[in-house]
Design a protein around this ligand. Sequence first.
Ligand code: NHR
Ligand code: GAR
Length: 216
Amino acid sequence: MHNSDTCRIVVLISGNGSNLQAIIDQIDTGTIPAEIVAVISNNETAHGLERAKKSHISTAVVNNKQFDNREEYDKALADCIDQYQPDLVVLAGFMRILTPEFVNHYLGRMINIHPSLLPKFRGLNTHQRAIDAGEIKHGVSVHFVTPELDNGPVIVQSVVQIQKNDSVQSLADKVHKEEHKIYPLAISWFAMGRIKFDQEKLTFDEKELAQPIVLE
Ligand code: NHR
Ligand code: GAR
């Protein structure tokens, strides 16, 4: 961390922001030595912006529809983020694919939560795809973001069981509950300097983490 011991976090959202809320709550209770310095959305109607305002956190909107291409959008987004000098960028339901230039600028200091047991089901509609594939286990992964979509090194996963009568909604509800536990946990590890990703290597307490930590 730069200079001080409080990790400066910028959170990127597109929608509801329930993961943002879980992070805010854990910071408030003192379990994460960090401060959210801004919440930025591509979508001005994202409910998460209201959550941030309620907690007196700065907000900004960088609307992708106002840009001609992904490169221009990502430049504007990075300019906005960098004004806040974050130590960590947290993707929390951010729904735009990011260019390699953008990702490389934040390499080792940007993480994402993805609703599947990676490497299974990269991309979108993961709950439907897990049910359609007849999986009996599903879950959620927190990973460092690398240029290849949902392919960065996984820090921690949480597993949920798929029952025969599960719908997309009932499965999503179970996964969300786990998300709200493991995202604050992973962020606390980063903020305490326990997990690092540099030179292609993921470490936990200075030891290489070859497999993700799995909570069952
Ligand atoms: N960018 C890179 N380079 N690497 C990753 O690992 C990324 C990323 C951007 C976002 C989150 C991700 C997820 O967890 C994420 C990881 C959006 C899409 C997508 O297809 C896919 C994956 C993720 C986020 N977005 C559409 C697009 O055209 C838009 C979809 C929409 O607006 O609803 O960008 O799953
Ligand atoms: C979460 O389930 C997250 O895993 C998923 O979007 C939801 C956001 O919920 N992310 C993606 O699908 C990324 N493509 P939230 O806005 O309530 O935190």
